[in-house]
Structure formats: structure tokens, C-alpha cells
Ligand binder design. Sequence first.
Ligand code: COA
Length: 330
Amino acid sequence: MNTPCFIRGLGHCVPESVLTNADFERMVETNDEWIVSRTGIRERHVALKGETCVDLCFGAADKALAQAGMQADELTHVIVATFSPDSVIPSSACMLAHRLGISGRMCMDVSAACSGFLYALETARALLALHPQARVLVAACDIVSSRVDYTDRGTCILFGDGAGAVVLTAEDCGAGCPQVLDVLVSADGAMGDLLTVKGGGSGTPYKLGETIRSDFFVQMNGREVYKHAVRSMSSICAELLQKHGLTPQDVDVFIPHQANLRIVEAVGKRLEMPEAKVFTNLQKYGNTSAASVPLGLSEAVAEGFVKPGHLVLLGTFGGGFTWGSGLIRF
Ligand code: COA
């Protein structure tokens, strides 16, 4: 039997500044109608005031710890899912632990782009199986704006910054303690070149004094990414439901990766998930990459969209390609 994994606390944090579609109309050749009809996005929170990955992780972790009724020094492991860490070395997890005032724990970053939260959650479940007394902090954050070319209208309108965090233990917190029932994650590197942030990596290094190139920023083939996102996210969600003998009718709330509304609607349709069960907040945050699902989960719970007893299905898709699904009983 699997070691159980309970969510003891949940939190999220976004930067203060907001970029609206009207702001983008002043920056690139675009318009509100194009952006809303293609993506559903109206605004995004962006770290214009210099907030970093660790800043937002700290904000989300602080709330998750408060909800869990725990002090940071009770944590045994710190995991940060991100593709936009404060620095390559040290990792954002090491920096986050330091900011939380703790040391002497396993701290590591997980890189799986927009699927990062589910990859980190699966890692945390494995750690709980090894160490049932563990108290694991998983934070998922991306400052996508640090890797967005704001002259490229095809990508810049899509993304925002944010963070979500959960505190996980094998020990429950009494009746109604949300339990992660299962997680499935997958990947296919053959399609990696369809969505990239390459520049500055060892495959495409920069020399001292060299001007950064466009490969430093998110580059993608939007149409191809769209097709694979719909296919992969819906199939892994269906696979997880089938594994547990469940149907979409058994699901109370579906929280998909908030990439854009058309992808969300297409996945919902494939899964035959009634629209009323699908949670979206991409209208005000855009695609926040690794933060997207925990930010959605945290808001959906705070707003009462997710209620005690609900079965919640999560779905993600991201660069790599990576994709995943998760089931949580509230
Ligand atoms: N405003 C106005 N026009 C724009 C634009 C913008 N912000 N961005 C692109 N266009 C133009 C293109 O230049 C192109 O013009 P052309 O026909 O004169 O060449 C036209 O709109 C169509 O571009 P295309 O890329 O084919 O549009 P699309 O219908 O595929 O929509 C996306 C573009 C990005 C919204 C869509 O492909 C998508 O959602 N892809 C998935 C992206 C994603 O979610 N990635 C992250 C996954 S984790």
C-alpha cells in the first residue's frame, strides 16, 4: 500500500504589478480582441518590481505553513519546481530554505516546465514513502517574464508570473484533510524543440560580453504545442481516472494547466467534463508555468469552488515535453 500523502497547507503568491491587454496594445502590434479570442487571457501579474522566484515561493510557503499550523523548522525537505530560478547555483530550494530560516535539510529544484508542480508532488510522495515522518514543502514558481521577449507578440501575451505551495505529510490532520490519491507524470524529449528556453545553457552558452540572443527567451511553435497539449493532457487525465475505475462524472472539479482557454476547453471536451466543473483563472494570471496548477488549486479552495469531500483532478502540460495528472480527495 502507498504511504498516504496529505495536503496540510496550501498557499499562493503573485507579483503586485499587472499587465493588461491594453498595455500589450502599446508594446506590440496586437489587440484585446485577438488576445481574448485566441487565449482568454485579459491580464497577468508580472514581476515588474523585481520580485524573484524565491520571493514568490516564500510568500506562498508562508501561507501554506500558516494554514498547516506549522513552523518552518518542522519541515524536513524543500522542493522548488521552476524553470526560472533566481540563479543556476545556488538552487532556489536552498535559497528558499535559508529565507525560511532553516538548514540541514534536503533542498532541490525540479525542472519540468509547466508540469513542474506534479513532478515535484510525485517526488514528494516518493520521499514520504521513504521517510513517513517527513514534512515536505513543495513550492512551484516561475518568473516567466524573466525569459519572455516582450517584442515577440506570439509569446509575450501568453505568460505571467506566480507561485503556489503545499505542505505535505503522511500523517493526516483529521476529517476532511485533503489527500493526494495519485499522480501520473510523463515526458517525451523528441518534441523538446517545439518549446524551448535554450540560451545560456551549456548547449548554447554565451561568452563574456556577448549580447544575448533571442534563444535566451521562450520560443515555441504555438500550433504544434497546442495540439500536443490537448492530446497529452487529456490522455493522461483519462488514464489516471481509468486506473482508479473512475469516470469524469466522478470528478467534482477539474483544474487543468492554465495555458489558454482554448486548450482548457478542448481538454474538457475530450474528457467530457461539464464546463461548470472546470476551474479557470488564466483570465487574470495568464500562463504562470509551474505555478499554474497550485495557484489554481489554492484559489479554487480559497474561493469555495473546491469544497470538502470533492474529488479534484489536476492536469498539466509543458516544455520537454512533459505532462501529468493528479487526483486529490478534499
Ligand atoms: N496579436 C495579433 N496577432 C498575432 C499575435 C498577437 N499577439 N500573435 C500572433 N499573431 C498573428 C501571427 O503573426 C499570424 O499572422 P499571419 O497569419 O499574418 O502570419 C496570425 O496571428 C496567426 O498566428 P498563429 O500563431 O497561427 O495563431 P494561432 O491561432 O495558432 O494562435 C497561439 C497562437 C499562441 C495563441 C496558439 O497557437 C496557442 O495557444 N498555442 C499554444 C501555446 C501555449 O499555450 N504554450 C504553452 C504551453 S505550456
